[in-house]
Write a protein that binds this ligand. Structure first.
Ligand SMILES: Nc1ncnc2c1ncn2[C@@H]1O[C@H](COP(=O)(O)OP(=O)(O)OP(=O)(O)O)[C@@H](O)[C@H]1O
Ligand SMILES: [Mg+2]
Length: 235
């Protein structure tokens, strides 16, 4: 569904992504692991169209989208949840969700169905639907940004460090949600530093270090790789 070949991303003279090739098949949950500064977010934001590629190619269902703008990627079914976890704090939970569906706002019935589905999947959001999003806890805000992204009915979800800074019990709930979304047939690219949790839900994994893919395999293979910890410490 998604194919990245020899991707490079630079910030001026800083080459954040030096060589990333990866694939994502329909219905797969693939995780991109790596230490701080490995280049995971830069890779994700480049796929989303929010950062230009300095070299390499991004193909979506066989079509070149290397230079596609974020709105084009969104229209083609790629939803992105950046690590900044930005809700609209003064708008209610419900209004935040509705904004996620703005590209299909004329589909009143479909949007209402998706809203019901999201509230069913994330009951805490239903409980707090008329509360300003800024009053939610970090974990609830993470659920809201994922639910908001789902309101565009994406076919691929790009998730950047959904567990960052959250308490272990909340992290478990976020990962349960991710597993539920995968169960619904969604294709997911999950960027994580929490390798053990990510490998529990992922089909396959890539490990990034200093802008390059250093290891890849099934989640079980990567989890069993004895040098995984060393790889992280080295990052
Ligand atoms: N806006 C920017 N300007 C300059 N350098 C940047 C910028 N954003 C990221 N970098 C650098 O690019 C490299 C990769 O950063 P990136 O954020 O992609 O890594 P990451 O793997 O997502 O890290 P983290 O786990 O901390 O989120 C780092 O060396 C970082 O300092
Ligand atoms: Mg990052």
């Amino acid at each position: 569904m998604l194919e990245i070949a020899g991707l490079q991303v630079a910030y001026g003279a800083i080459r954040a992504v030096r060589d990333v090739s990866l694939t994502l098949a329909e219905g797969e949950l693939v995780t991109l692991l790596g230490a701080n500064g490995a280049g995971k977010s830069s890779t994700l934001m480049c796929i989303a169209g929010a950062l230009p590629a300095a070299a390499g190619a991004i193909r979506l269902e066989g079509q070149d989208v290397t230079a596609a703008r974020p709105e084009v990627m969104a229209r083609r079914g790629v939803a992105t949840v950046p690590e900044t976890r930005d809700v609209f704090p003064d708008l209610t939970v419900d209004e935040n969700l509705q904004l996620g569906a703005y590209t299909r706002r004329n589909d009143t019935k479909g949007v209402a169905e998706d809203r019901t589905r999201m509230f069913g999947m994330f009951p805490v959001l239903a409980e707090r639907s008329s509360q300003p999003a800024g009053t939610l806890s970090g974990g609830e805000q993470q659920m809201l940004v994922i639910a908001r992204a789902m309101m565009s009915r994406p076919r691929i979800l790009l998730l950047d460090e959904p567990s960052l800074g959250l308490a272990p019990t909340i992290v478990n709930r976020i990962f349960e949600m991710i597993a539920t979304l995968k169960g619904s047939g969604l294709t997911i690219l999950l960027v994580e530093q929490n390798a053990s949790k990510a490998l529990e839900v992922a089909d396959r994994a890539y490990v990034m270090r200093l802008g390059k893919i250093e290891a890849e395999g099934t989640a079980a293979e990567i989890a069993a790789a004895t040098d995984l910890k060393a790889l992280y410490l080295a990052g």
